[in-house]
Design a protein around this ligand. Sequence first.
Ligand code: ZN
Length: 246
Amino acid sequence: MKRREVLRYGALGTLVMAGLAAGIGTLGGIMLLLRPRRASAPAPAETSAPTQPPLPPPPIVSRADWGARPPDHTAPNETGFADSARDDGWFAYVGDLAAVYNTVVIHHTATFPAQDETMADVQALHMDRNGWADVGYHFAIDANGVVYEGRDVHVRGSSVAGHNSGVMGVVLMGNFERGQPTAAQLQALQPLVNWLAQTYALSHLAAHREFNSDSLCPGDNLMPYLDSVAQVAGLQRGTDGYVPPV
Ligand SMILES: [Zn+2]
């Protein structure tokens, strides 16, 4: 210990120095004596909710980077999955998205095998076959666990017939009625859902089939993972978070 550090303790240092001079202090005793008193922190208010630091977004391949086509606002069937016949097809949310979104819905693309599937394939299917204005999902995860940006999150998705408002659509590429999700996909799904749940103040995670009982999506082999994904992300399971448009 340097002398000036001892001196910083003033009277205590003097006492220790005196102890040293008297040859009665052990090194351990000196260290104990010199330990600064811990400042007493104010007790946290018991009513304050714990605040979590913002999660960073996972790596996401942007639309520009996967070569997305721009939305087609003349698409004939963008209203096909809308919540009601009165809904406009291309519906841009206004205001705080955290107040808009409530549920993340998990899908599979139902293609098999999935290894060669690309985001351009998914978008082409939705635009050219389904007649939608853009890819219907907001995010996608390929078999290698790469996460892609889908439809702009500021726009209502087209993935859950009659229940798209406030729903964040996430698809895993593959057919999980026939195959298994890859470990890489599942490892990518959790941090994506964690981030979505926090960023958009979500309350629920649902499977597509839970909204649309005529659908097998996202497949029997993906369903067993959803409870755990929801729990880790702090979300309730099921469709109760859905709020119909007013
Ligand atoms: Zn689906």
